[in-house]
Design a protein around this ligand. Structure first.
Ligand SMILES: CCC/C=C/C=C/C(=O)SCCNC(=O)CCNC(=O)[C@H](O)C(C)(C)COP(=O)(O)OP(=O)(O)OC[C@H]1O[C@@H](n2cnc3c(N)ncnc32)[C@H](O)[C@@H]1OP(=O)(O)O
Length: 319
């Protein structure tokens, strides 16, 4: 059988239909069985090769992409570690929201053109059918690197500065909120292949203009910050990286102070409406809320609203 990157036994294999995605979000099966207490201690200090995880505020994690000397060109470890990291974020009840950014001069320079070329050229298999089968499995595993961001019920905010190329666009298109700095620019892959890990599936739904999506995909047109804002790829542009991170962390802190029942349930149901027609999504939220409306968070929230306080004043229980 095809040899896998080390540690990749923890990656789910096979492509997922929208309903699989929803099911996985709603009823996540732990990838690595871990007690909540262990998960809480584990993530911020966890040592990854390509990711640095920092606890920024109460309940807010900052995941920084690392490989600054190669402009965050992503290597084999990255594809595996993103899955490990965001599966753990999903399980960690003390994390309510996450910011993801790039260390050094840019957000991401795409795949490591030197290190990863052989990954797709050298596919094992005794004949073409078996090679194709193994290649399909591999592509599905790489898709999971960014799909994990959607499956994670905690909102993920992408904070982009400088270049965001190829796989960087795949990554941000799977995030829940996208902010960028004035110096940010975005560009599709131009290495003789069809992008296959999320960009083409997400961008038409995210951006307001099919024409612009096509332009970006067909011509590899370099989009600068004002253009990505007017096309809705990002919702806010900030003067520089410092301001960008500050405002991304502020947004994450606001989210983290709210009821987890409300925030995580909202993410799951927004994804449902992304994937399904309105009647089906309405039925789903009715089924969702027949249990979730029984939360104590509603009473607590109403009480503080009456007292003219904010959600940060409510002692919500962990989820
Ligand atoms: C696997 C599943 C499917 C996924 C497919 C994804 C495909 C893609 O991502 S395609 C996109 C590939 N990326 C690129 O084409 C971008 C290449 N890089 C650049 O254009 C520039 O480096 C960049 C604009 C990002 C930054 O420019 P700057 O002037 O600031 O830096 P450089 O001097 O160019 O680079 C500094 C060192 O980093 C190395 N480097 C940069 N990008 C990559 C890369 N993608 N892969 C490998 N190495 C990279 C660059 O060679 C320099 O190294 P050194 O010469 O040793 O200092």
């Amino acid at each position: 059988s095809q040899s896998l990157p080390s540690g990749s036994q923890s990656l789910p294999s096979g492509s997922q239909s929208p309903s699989d995605r929803l099911g996985a979000t709603a009823l996540q099966v732990p990838a690595r069985l871990m007690l909540v207490e262990e998960a809480e201690q584990c993530l911020p200090g966890h040592s990854f090769e390509t990711l640095q995880v920092m606890l920024e505020q109460d309940h807010v994690l900052h995941v920084e992409l690392h490989h600054p000397e190669k402009r965050i060109a992503v290597n084999m470890a990255f594809w595996r570690e993103m899955v490990e990291c965001f599966q753990d974020v999903g399980q960690d009840s003390s994390c309510h929201a996450t910011v993801i950014s790039g260390a050094g001069k840019c957000f991401m320079a795409g795949i490591d053109l030197m290190g990863m070329g052989s990954e797709f050229m050298m596919v094992e298999g005794e004949d073409r059918a078996r090679k194709a089968w193994n290649l399909c499995r591999k592509i599905c595993e790489y898709q999971e690197t960014f799909s994990v961001l959607e499956k994670c019920p905690k909102p993920v905010i992408a904070a982009v500065h400088g270049a965001c190329v190829g796989a960087g666009v795949d990554l941000i298109s799977a995030c829940d909120i996208r902010y960028c700095a004035q110096d940010a620019w975005f560009q599709e892959v131009d290495i003789g292949l069809v992008a296959d890990v999320g960009t083409l599936q997400h961008l038409p739904k995210i951006m307001g203009s099919w024409s612009l999506v096509n332009e970006l995909a067909f011509t590899t047109h370099k989009m600068m910050a004002p253009e990505v804002q007017s096309s809705s790829l990002v919702s806010r542009v900030f003067a520089d990286k410092e301001m960008l991170l500050q405002r991304a962390l502020e947004a994450a802190t606001t989210i983290a102070a709210r009821s987890s029942v409300a925030v995580q349930g909202t993410k799951v149901n927004l994804l449902c409406s992304w994937d399904h027609p309105v009647p089906k999504s309405l039925r789903y939220v009715a089924t969702w809320n027949m249990s979730m409306l029984q939360t104590e968070d509603i009473l607590k929230s109403v009480q503080v609203a009456m007292e003219k306080k904010g959600p940060e004043d409510v002692p919500f229980s962990k989820l």
